[in-house]
Structures are given as structure tokens and as C-alpha cells.
Design a protein around this ligand. Structure first.
Ligand code: ADP
Ligand code: MG
Length: 373
């Protein structure tokens, strides 16, 4: 297994009307033996980055290392990578057994070792009973397991997956995702998993790299990214329902939601105000962190439920808040919330995220816990 170091990586494609910058500049390390997700919206460069790691695409600039070995100019077949794509490409006229063992076809492995490895991996993937069947006798989820088996049997240094489950239905995807995570833990193969699905990335990853426009917005564990989003892009991309961003003004240590008297004392960001008397910010608050109460306390934020979405355990209420001319999303497990009713919205200052309104960058709230002076 190897850690993957990407050094000043850049990829520009020549296109008829000029150049297309797919990867602007990427400089990071992907951890050894862990599962890292490349997460970002469609077109942000995930596939291009994965293909460069695989050796299927040559970087325009920069270097790629597996551990200390510079593999930038090493051919795909000599890199020790295995790749699984979105569309399952099994050989239709070969048995499951032959499809899996195909991964070893060009390697010098004794026949009985191949047999043992195929059976091993098939049982780890829960497809041992299908080894002598043909792919078209299997469900989509089972076929994708065969494709995973064919890749994993080669004991790759680095295992690369590009949206491997997007063709499967939700229920199978969740099941296979758990199995893949367990298998990855067991094999401890360095794995890079591309997805645009934040929920998938949160559930699977040891670490997430969030890409946007060919650049890294943030890299960290799922908890770090959820709890301390580095900027507005990450805050809005991670978490469902989406975080609320309210326009607010920071003045000294007081934070006031624009258009209201709602003031939160001592978010402690005064250190960032050196020179400025006030700063325009976004106050970020996750829907699950807002409380609704019917009584008015006077200086609070009020809103009327315009829509209630039932999501089983939790409901999502959309509230029109005239004072801030904005709709606020609230996730609640209360059963007495009704459309058309007006509520007070309140939240704990400790749950607030602050972002500079102009740059979108997070203002660190390290000092937030300290009482205001
Ligand atoms: P993602 O996988 O995140 O959806 P891609 O890596 O496929 O994104 O694409 C990133 C950008 O690079 C897109 O704007 C895409 O159009 C462009 N791109 C990707 N491959 C090529 C190519 N072979 N030629 C020209 N442009 C490309
Ligand atoms: Mg892609």
C-alpha cells in the first residue's frame, strides 16, 4: 500500500476554442491505507484527478508520488493501481469466476493460487455462491461486486473508484457502501473514491477532499468538514438539509442578524476586526440546530411555516422570515409543527458558523467559547 503525494498538479486540456483548465493546482497527500473521497459537483475535476493518479491522463504540470517513488511517467500497467468505473464492464460471456480471475490474467500467478484468491475475494464480497453463473444472471449490485472483486484481486497499491455505485438503486447502494467500507478496512488498501454525493462521502470516508473548479476547498475527516467548514462553499455542500446562511454584522464582539434585534454576545471574533469597526458576515446555522417555539420573546427572529416536509423521523420546516427577507430551514422531530403557524427561531451561539461575506472564508471561532470581555 502506498500514500499518494500530489505535487503542484495541474491539468489543462486543449479544446477547439482554446484551453480547458480541469485541475487548477493541487498539492496534497492522500493517506496510506485509508479511504479518501474526492467529493465535488459535476465538472469540478474529480475524474481528471483520478485518471492522473491512475496514469490514464498525463499531468500538464506537477508530479505524482506513490510513497517516495515518482510515478509521474510510469505507465498505467506498472503503477500497481486498480480502477473501477461507474458503468460495470463485465465480460458477458465469461462466468463470474472468470471475470474475477481476469484481474490476474497478465500476472504470473499459479492456477491454484488464482482459484484460492478468487474464492477468497468472492466470499468477502458475498458472491461466492454465484461464481459459476453468468453476469446477466446477477443483479446490478451483485455485478458491481464482481467488478470490485476483479480489481481487488490484484492487491493494488492504490485502489481507485469513480462513482462506482451511481448506477445502483439507493437501497443497494447503502448496503454495498457499508460492505465496501468494511472490506477496505480489512484489506487496508489505499483507496480513492470519487463521488458527487456528500452523504456517500460522509458515510464512507476516513478523509474527504472537497474539490471545486479544479481546486481543493478543504481536506479533512468527515467530522472536521461538517463541524468546521473552511468556507461557504463547503458549508453549503455538506449537510442535508442545507445550512442556513443569514446576513449578519459583527461589531466588536457583538453579532447582529441584519434586519433584526437578534444579537449574540461574544462570538469573540473581535481579534479579526483589527482595523475594522464592523464586518459583514454570514451567520451559518444548521437546520438541526434551530429551535422553534410559539411564544415571542420580543427580540427574536420570527418566521411562518410555509411548507413542512415529512422525512420520517425528522421533518423539515421552511419558514418565511420577513425581517430578514429570507426562508430558513429547520429540521425538527417535533410533531406539533403546523403550516401557517408563526414561531420564534432560536439557536445556541456555540452552534454558529461565521463566514466573511465578501470572501466566503470561515472566521475562526476558536475564541467563541471564551466569554465576552
Ligand atoms: P468531474 O469528474 O468532477 O465531473 P471531470 O474531471 O470529468 O469532472 O471534468 C473536469 C473539467 O474538465 C470539465 O470542465 C470537463 O469538461 C473537462 N474535461 C474533462 N476531460 C476532458 C477532455 N478529455 N477534453 C477536454 N475537456 C475535458
Ligand atoms: Mg466524473
Amino acid at each position: 500500500m502506498a500514500k499518494v503525494r500530489l505535487e503542484n498538479l495541474r491539468k489543462v486540456f486543449d479544446v477547439p476554442d482554446g484551453e480547458e483548465v480541469a485541475i487548477e493546482r493541487i498539492d496534497t497527500t492522500i493517506q496510506d491505507e485509508k479511504l479518501t473521497c474526492l467529493l465535488g459537483p459535476s465538472g469540478c475535476g474529480k475524474t481528471t484527478l483520478l485518471r492522473m493518479i491512475a496514469g490514464l491522463e498525463k499531468p500538464s504540470e506537477g508530479r505524482i508520488y506513490f510513497d517516495d517513488e515518482d510515478v509521474t511517467n510510469v505507465r498505467v500497467q506498472d503503477r500497481g493501481v486498480s480502477m473501477v468505473f461507474q458503468n460495470i464492464a463485465l465480460f458477458p460471456f465469461k462466468s463470474v469466476r472468470d471475470n474475477i480471475s481476469y484481474g490476474l490474467k497478465y500476472e504470473d500467478v499459479p492456477k491454484d493460487t488464482v482459484k484460492r484468491k478468487v474464492e477468497d475475494i468472492a466470499s468477502q464480497l458475498g458472491i461466492a455462491e454465484f461464481l459459476d453463473q453468468m453476469p446477466n444472471q446477477l443483479s446490478g449490485g451483485q455485478q458491481q461486486r464482481v467488478a470490485l472483486g476483479r480489481s481487488l484481486i490484484r492487491d493494488p497499491e492504490v485502489f481507485l473508484l469513480d462513482e462506482p455505485m451511481s448506477a445502483l438503486d439507493e437501497r443497494i447502494r447503502i448496503k454495498l457502501r457499508t460492505e465496501l467500507k468494511e472490506l477496505q478496512r480489512e484489506l487496508a488498501t489505499t483507496t480513492v473514491y470519487v463521488t458527487h454525493n456528500q452523504e456517500q462521502a460522509m458515510a464512507l470516508s476516513d478523509e474527504i477532499i472537497i474539490l471545486n473548479d479544479g481546486q481543493i476547498e478543504q481536506q479533512g475527516t468527515p467530522d472536521e468538514i461538517f463541524d468546521e467548514p473552511a468556507n461557504v462553499f463547503v458549508a453549503e455542500f455538506i449537510g442535508s438539509p442545507r445550512i442556513n446562511l443569514l446576513e449578519a454584522t459583527l461589531e466588536g464582539t457583538a453579532l447582529t442578524v441584519d434586519g433584526t434585534d437578534v444579537s449574540i454576545a461574544g462570538p469573540g471574533a473581535s481579534a479579526h476586526l483589527a482595523g475594522d469597526a464592523t464586518r459583514e458576515v454570514f451567520l451559518g446555522i444548521r437546520p438541526s440546530r434551530i429551535e422553534l417555539s410559539p411564544e415571542s420573546t420580543g427580540d427574536s427572529l420570527r418566521g411562518t411555516v410555509s411548507l413542512l416536509e415529512k422525512l420520517g423521523q425528522e421533518d423539515v420546516a421552511f419558514l418565511d422570515c420577513p425581517a430578514i427577507e429570507q426562508e430558513v430551514r429547520v429540521e425538527t422531530d417535533r410533531t406539533d409543527i403546523e403550516e401557517g403557524t408563526t414561531y420564534d427561531l432560536s439557536f445556541d451561539p456555540a452552534d454558529v458558523h461565521l463566514f466573511d461575506r465578501a470572501s466566503g472564508e470561515a472566521l475562526r471561532l476558536d475564541q467563541a467559547a471564551k466569554p465576552a470581555q
